[in-house]
Design a protein around this ligand. Structure first.
Ligand SMILES: NC(=O)c1ccc[n+]([C@@H]2O[C@H](COP(=O)([O-])OP(=O)(O)OC[C@H]3O[C@@H](n4cnc5c(N)ncnc54)[C@H](OP(=O)(O)O)[C@@H]3O)[C@@H](O)[C@H]2O)c1
Length: 235
């Protein structure tokens, strides 16, 4: 693969961090955004990543981030929208949670893609949205989250059409990839039983799919499921 300059949002931990580390280890240039200073951000800095602090919860935060990327980063070839927040619907905060989910998962990618397509028209070749399996089946507990990821998948379709053939745009749509530290044994058992494969696959299945999308010139407008056959785990 030619050397890439990949922008990854929300890469201070877990999946985003793993993608960023792998790309750096393979000799690619990486710029990340992070919301909170943490060990993972330091590690990426030490490996040579450019790290930009950004909070997408407000339009101002998105706009400041775009300005900083344009001022500091050259020749971006790929964008990976990974930043995410996961909240249950609660009766007291329904409106604000819905707004926040849409802001982080749909509006931030929408505005960043438009701005960076214009700024990096000579170099930008691919955009990857990290979505979620629930965008296809909905969620009874994380309804606003699921709706915002469905909006993100729809942006994949529109941008793939709009910017072809110059920029390929795809979604990676995972179900459970890694547990959170606080997930208890009962939760883990229930989550594992939802897929046909029944494993916690780990970050590398996402990173490998990202590497495939960065490289494969014939894949665009696709929503690539990484769900261990969960859609077929029928009664
Ligand atoms: N992990 C899974 O099993 C799984 C399953 C399905 C889909 N996914 C998707 O895969 C992606 C990565 O998952 P993950 O588990 O690695 O996520 P994660 O651990 O929750 O990390 C998400 C990152 O996004 C950042 N972020 C949150 N709100 C933000 C905001 N307002 N502005 C800017 N950044 C913000 C967080 O920053 P802080 O460090 O400040 O919190 C965090 O570093 C997400 O898009 C997620 O929806 C993951």
């Amino acid at each position: 693969m030619n050397t890439q300059h990949v922008l990854i949002t929300g890469a201070g931990q877990r999946l985003g961090l793993h993608c960023a580390q792998t790309l750096l280890e393979k000799g690619h240039q990486v710029t990340i955004t992070y919301r909170t200073e943490k060990v993972g951000v330091d590690r990426l800095r030490d490996m040579g990543a450019r790290c930009i602090q950004a909070d997408f919860a407000s339009d101002d935060g998105i706009s400041r981030c775009i300005d900083e990327i344009k001022a500091k980063a050259n020749g971006i070839t790929a964008i990976v929208h990974n930043a995410s927040t996961w909240s249950s619907d609660t009766p007291e905060q329904r409106g604000s949670i819905f707004d926040n989910m849409m802001q982080v998962h749909a509006k931030a990618p929408y505005l960043i893609n438009y701005a960076l397509e214009e700024a990096f028209r000579d170099s930008l070749k691919s955009i990857t949205h990290i979505s979620d399996f629930v965008s296809q089946v909905g969620s009874t507990k994380h309804t606003a989250y699921a709706a915002s990821k469905a909006a993100l998948d729809n942006l994949t379709l529109s941008f793939a059409r709009k910017w072809a053939p110059a920029i390929r745009v795809n979604s990676i749509s995972p179900s459970m990839i890694i547990f959170n530290e606080h997930d208890d044994a009962a939760y883990r058992q229930k989550a594992l039983a939802k897929s046909l494969v029944g494993i916690e696959p780990g970050e590398s299945v996402v990173t490998n799919t990202l590497l495939y999308l960065l490289e494969n010139a014939y894949v665009t407008g696709q929503i690539i499921s990484l769900n261990g056959g969960r859609n077929l785990n029928l009664p």
